[in-house]
Design a protein around this ligand. Structure first.
Ligand code: NAP
Ligand code: MG
Length: 479
């Protein structure tokens, strides 16, 4: 399967090596052994990709919406036909367990289907000026060449969530995937070429020189948009670069999601929700529940049921059938997770399950539940990005909500309660772009995904996701 994946840069519809022949080694996190290597773009390759995207833009922006819709629909169909193949590939380079990888492929493909449907629904408006003497026509135009930078945790979905709306809107793109997971992005480029996306509309440039290459892309006057998903730290750097050229910017950054369980919550369903909110993607998700605030009255029952569910998950190579939790993506990620657990334990947390690095090849970390965690513990403030659940007990809902909001992040929050009105009150008081109310998953291609505060700018998915790739043109008209 790995042998079928292209390993070169995809620029202007052609596969080619980096101009200085640099490469990136791709590692299998389940074994810590190399899988293959891929070309690593230089800044000059970046400039070549901008030229290709700029060239392709002229025709693509004028392509009939129905034609763009049909192509995106074909991409959805072919990706789902190859769901298992893509799932194995994602699992091989990222480490995630097959059920998560299969779910990612379906989620990723759905962005192509949703935006195939949106491509023909881009409307504008017309109204009479208040003075009554002319018409105000507003129409939406594609913004132009877009630079897309994606992380390793959802190598397919974070790419399609940007490519889908960009292409639907009539933009052309240059995708810079994460260096840990370039293969899925290259396989997607091959799929898009196969279904007939014209040369230059989608260009893919893996590069370990991400700062230099993305810097070159964003300083090119032909580029009009940057859409980034990744850490807040890098997002801030890109916003500084974008400021120099007044670039439209969409930023999906880090999270620190609270998961609040009220005293009247159904504990079975709260634990089921906690399992997905925490363990979807092995905890390597920006939406992962990072802090559990549980009412004292139900905290013992919740933490014991949760710990035993976490303990029952099988850890192993992601692509092995029956495995629920694969390895973390690399050694640095594992070190960070373990250091956060150590810190919490030093500050008095009880380890209900997990907490030790296993002795085996690969970057494994066990599902871990910590109870009675100090609010001062670092993992209450830092994104864990691993299978670790810290529990804090509370007695007053307003205090718990205030504690949940005591963070610079604001991507998603979760609330469990049997009282819908109480749940709505908490949901409205939470400072986050999204809330899961009696649900452990919020991600949906048809809904606006995104954060407030340091979690980002703009929305992906839904109708909003496509507007990010358009500019409103206002034509004042007398007739
Ligand atoms: P990252 O280090 O910020 O990397 C993300 C992407 O940016 C990668 O392609 C990376 O390339 C590139 N990059 C790194 N430094 C750069 C620079 N100086 N200039 C330009 N590009 C640069 O994040 P990550 O570790 O891959 O991903 C984890 C983070 O992503 C978490 O914080 C998570 O919350 C966030 N995330 C957010 C969402 C969301 O929608 N809000 C979704 C998923 C993940 P290299 O790989 O080559 O370094
Ligand atoms: Mg890897």
């Amino acid at each position: 399967m790995i042998a079928e994946v292209p390993t070169q840069l995809f620029i202007g519809g052609k596969w080619r090596g980096a101009d200085d022949e640099a490469t990136i080694e791709v590692i299998d996190p389940s074994t810590a052994k190399p899988l293959t290597s891929v070309s690593s773009a230089s800044p000059e390759d970046g400039t070549a990709a901008v030229h290709a995207a700029q060239e392709a833009l002229r025709a693509w922006r004028r392509t009939a919406p129905r034609v763009r819709a049909n192509l995106l629909r074909a991409a959805f169909e072919l990706m789902m036909e190859r769901q298992e193949w893509f799932a194995l590939l994602i699992s091989a380079e990222n480490g995630k367990a097959l059920p998560d990888a299969r779910a990612e492929v379906a989620y990723a493909a759905e962005f192509f289907r949703w935006y195939s449907e949106e491509a023909v629904r881009l409307d504008g408006s017309l109204h009479v000026a208040p003075t009554g003497d002319y018409r105000i026509i507003v129409q939406r135009e594609p913004i132009g060449v877009a630079v897309l930078v994606t992380p390793w945790n959802y190598p397919a979905a974070m790419a399609t969530r940007k490519i889908g709306p960009a292409l639907a809107a009539g933009c052309t793109v240059i995708l810079k995937p994460a260096s840990d997971t370039p293969l899925t992005a290259l396989a997607l480029a091959a799929l898009l070429a196969e279904i007939g996306i014209p040369a230059g509309v989608v260009n893919v440039l893996p590069s370990h020189r991400s700062g230099a290459v993305v810097g070159t892309l964003l300083s090119n006057p032909a580029v009009r948009k940057v859409s980034f998903t990744g850490s807040t730290e890098v997002g801030v750097k890109l916003l500084h670069l974008a400021a120099d050229r007044v670039l439209s910017s969409s930023m999906e950054l880090g999270g620190n999601a609270p998961f609040i369980v009220l005293a009247d919550a159904d504990i079975q369903s709260a634990v089921a929700g906690a399992m997905v909110a925490k363990m979807r993607n092995g905890g390597e998700a920006c939406t992962a529940a990072n802090r559990f605030y549980v009412h004292d009255a139900v905290a013992d029952e919740f933490s014991q049921t949760f710990a035993s569910a976490m303990n029952s998950l099988r850890v192993g190579p992601g692509y092995e059938e029956g495995v629920a939790v694969g390895p973390l993506v690399n050694e640095a990620a594992r070190k960070k997770v373990h250091a956060l657990v150590d810190d919490a334990v030093r500050r008095g947390a009880d380890v209900l399950v997990g907490g030790d690095i296993p002795h085996r090849e690969g970057y494994y970390y066990p599902p871990t539940v910590l109870d009675h965690v100090s609010p001062e513990a670092e993992l209450m403030h830092d994104e864990i990005f691993g299978p670790v659940a810290p529990i804090v007990r509370f007695t007053d809902v307003e205090e718990a909500t205030a504690a949940a909001n005591r963070t610079d992040y604001g991507l998603v929050s979760y609330v469990y309660t049997a009282d819908l009105a109480a749940g709505m009150r908490v949901a409205e008081a939470l400072e986050s772009g999204m809330v899961g109310l009696n649900r452990g998953v919020v991600s949906d291609p048809s809904a606006p995904f995104g954060g407030v505060k340091l979690s980002g700018l703009g929305r992906e998915g839904g109708h909003e996701g496509m507007l990010e790739y358009t500019e409103a043109k206002y034509i004042a008209t007398s007739w």
